[in-house]
Write a protein of this length. Structure first.
Length: 355
């Protein structure tokens, strides 16, 4: 073989290698990809696009922001499951997809069949897939999509707007590695109205910390700049501050109503008992003032004459009648709270639903 031909072959080989290394779908390396090694954290994002993606492209914009912000490195895995929309700028709506994301790069790991994102089996499939394929010391979960407090999350547009109810969430978690003693480090809802006492109670067996907004989340949702903080991503108490601060800072110019809270789930039962004690006292001892107190704390009307009520406002409005019960409830919420920011005066970051 003459020298000219050998030079041409070597040049072609070098160009091919450079192309492969620069390709966004090139197999990603990292500690978790090596046999027998574990990353510090596997972050799992369950993204139900619904009409937020079909009509507004909100999920696609979020994916771009995630890829831009993700500085996860070898010790952080980031896997994302997408689906639930009639069309998408990022994925084939006829299939469900699992992606791996790193800095400015993503690749599809799985896209074999269309699954109902509102079914617990789909969520448990994703959780098990992540644990089996990207093992880590700790795990965290972000649930992205429509939210409606304890009535459900997600709303798959391809399956009659089927949500993941709180009962179905529990079913999915029980069939995943993240029950009993192996709780998630943290769970964040990028969804509206999930900063809710009944939601907190439902997720308590499966995560150490819940992060959520009590009010309606803007269409573009969380600001994912917190993904730059790779060193503290496994630490729920530290990263929750970054998540909430970046979220409020992103909307400082438009100023939507926000009341975001990170709360320790171990206190959920105590808060629930104190809330029930206060509500029972109001109903039984001050029935003539009951509706007045509720009206002051109401956030949103729901179907079937139900409504969301802010727990902080409810307790403050009840103080003149039941000061001890009101103070006990507020104190319990504050003791459980890791971090809370809002642009209101009275919110404690948790709502409840009353029929």
């Amino acid at each position: 073989m003459d020298a000219k031909r050998m030079t041409a072959m070597m040049t072609a080989l070098c160009l091919t290698i450079l192309w492969i290394l620069s390709c966004p779908f090139f197999p990603l390396t990292g500690a978790s990809a090596e046999a027998g090694e574990k990353a510090k954290l596997t972050l799992m994002i369950y993204m139900v696009g619904s009409n937020l993606e079909t009509d507004y492209g909100a999920a696609s914009r979020t994916i771009d922001r995630i890829a831009e912000a993700a500085a996860n490195g070898p010790e952080i895995n980031l896997l994302m499951m997408t689906g639930g929309s009639k069309s998408s700028l990022k994925w084939n709506a006829g299939k469900s997809h699992i992606w791996e994301v790193r800095s400015h790069r993503s690749r599809t790991l799985w896209n074999e069949e269309l699954m109902n994102m509102g079914e617990p089996e789909t969520l448990s499939f994703f959780l098990n897939y992540c644990a089996e394929n990207r093992p880590a010391e700790r795990y965290a979960l972000i649930l992205w999509g429509h939210g409606n407090g304890p009535l459900g999350f997600g709303y798959d547009e391809l399956f009659e707007m089927d949500p993941v109810t709180m009962e179905e969430f529990a079913q999915a978690m029980e069939k995943s590695p993240f029950s009993n003693e192996n709780k998630l480090a943290w769970l964040a809802y990028d969804a509206s109205f999930m900063g809710n006492l009944e939601v907190l109670q439902a997720v308590a067996p499966y995560t150490e910390i819940m992060i959520a907004d009590e009010f309606e989340v803007p269409t573009d949702g969380l600001n994912y700049d917190f993904l730059n903080e790779a060193d503290i991503l496994p630490d729920g108490e530290k990263i929750s501050r970054c998540i909430i601060d970046s979220y409020l800072n992103a909307y400082s110019q438009t100023d939507p109503i926000i009341a975001a809270t990170a709360i320790r789930t171990e206190k959920a039962e105590q808060i629930l008992q104190l809330y029930h004690a206060l509500l029972t006292a109001l109903k039984e001892d001050k029935p003539e003032d009951y509706e007045t107190v509720l009206e002051k704390s109401r956030i949103k009307m729901m179907p079937c004459q139900s409504a969301f009520y802010d727990l902080g406002t409810l307790a403050e409005s009840s103080r003149e009648y039941f000061p001890q019960e009101s103070d006990d409830l507020i104190r319990a919420i504050e003791e459980a709270t890791v971090y809370h920011r809002n642009n209101l005066n009275s919110s404690e970051g948790l709502s409840t639903i009353i029929n």
